[in-house]
Design a protein around this ligand. Structure first.
Ligand code: FAD
Length: 281
């Protein structure tokens, strides 16, 4: 069994500050970490390897410094690591990122077929949750998002059954592999790095791929050229001064609750009642 886990190096958002005057993000001196959501996926991949054997390859696209994130994952127990890095990737949005990662996974497949790809639910910096599904689409993989548990994996039948957290309940989904899975946060706990793995991680000859090695021929699909997303404005939300307040009603009757709420709203915004009346007329 071969599992590829996509991980991203991100700034530790707990230590990021917004400049009080310019409203820009102050990144200086902020340590880089493995995106925390990716660790839930890596741990699940390592558990599957413990159970079924095989290989776990970690993959990232990023600047040369992302090497540290890959070595961290090797210390946790990943077997192989690939860093896709090239100036041509600068400015990539989620479309270009998923294109580059999908190409790299195709190259990884040349060495050993891939049964499962894991990605984090989302990142703590970009936060779009688009890259995993983007890779699945490009590689024609079954997509299993927000997975809370891997119920079973049948390598011979190439079938996987998972629990997926959905609004209001849990879905039990069975599908074919190869599949791409994004794990929910909090569903497992990352193991400690062992001493032998730490030594191995430090000495491991990382695979560093430029765009050519990642199998990318069409440069219009990567970097700024391949990124149609436009970030028109970045700003820090203004702090809300209003505090939440408790509203008590005489009974739990929905009409009673609605009337109490409306009365409170009309008291706070006296013109609202007239406006609603006008619109309704
Ligand atoms: C217009 C635009 C320009 C940008 N320019 C730059 C730039 O110049 N430099 C820059 O660093 N960023 C840039 N970004 C941000 C970059 O596009 C995103 O960081 C990247 O596409 C991942 O998106 P995300 O962080 O929302 O990931 P999500 O979709 O939230 O990530 C989900 C999961 O996908 C996987 N994943 C995501 N990214 C990677 C990765 N790189 N390698 C491996 N796995 C990954 C992880 O498992 C992650 O948990 C730009 C974004 C936009 C919109």
């Amino acid at each position: 069994m071969h599992i590829v886990v996509c991980i991203k190096q991100v700034p530790d958002s707990a230590q990021i500050r917004v400049h009080p005057v310019t409203n820009t993000i102050m990144r200086q001196g902020v340590p880089a970490i493995v995106n925390p959501y990716d660790l839930f996926s890596l741990e699940e991949a390592l558990r599957l390897k413990d159970k079924y054997g095989g290989r776990v390859t970690v993959l990232t696209m990023g600047p040369p410094m992302a090497e540290a994130a890959l070595r961290k994952c090797l210390a946790y127990g990943a077997d192989e690591a690939v860093l896709v890095t090239d100036r041509a990737f600068a400015g990539s949005d989620t479309l270009a990122t998923s294109f580059a990662l999908a190409s790299a996974i195709r190259q990884i497949q040349n060495d050993m077929a891939v049964d499962l790809v894991f990605a984090g639910k989302q990142t703590i910096d970009g936060d779009t949750a688009q890259v995993g599904p983007g890779i699945a689409k490009r590689l024609d993989l079954q997509l299993l998002t927000y997975v809370s548990k891997i119920e079973s994996l049948d390598l011979e039948k190439r079938e996987i059954t998972v629990h997926r957290r959905a609004e209001g309940g849990v879905q039990v989904l069975k599908t074919k592999t190869p599949a791409l899975i994004t794990m929910l946060e909090g569903v497992n706990e990352m193991r400690f790095a062992t001493m032998p793995n730490m030594f191995r991680a430090a000495r491991y000859p990382l695979k560093v791929w430029d765009k050519d090695a990642a199998g990318i021929e069409d440069v219009t699909k990567i970097g700024l050229k391949g990124s149609p997303t436009i970030v028109s404005k970045v700003f820090a939300p203004t702090a809300k001064s209003q505090k939440a307040s408790m509203i008590e009603t005489e009974s739990g009757d929905p009409r009673d609750i609605a009337i109490t709420l409306l009365t409170k709203l009309f008291t706070q915004h006296p013109k609202l009642e007239k406006e609603i009346g006008k619109r309704a007329a």
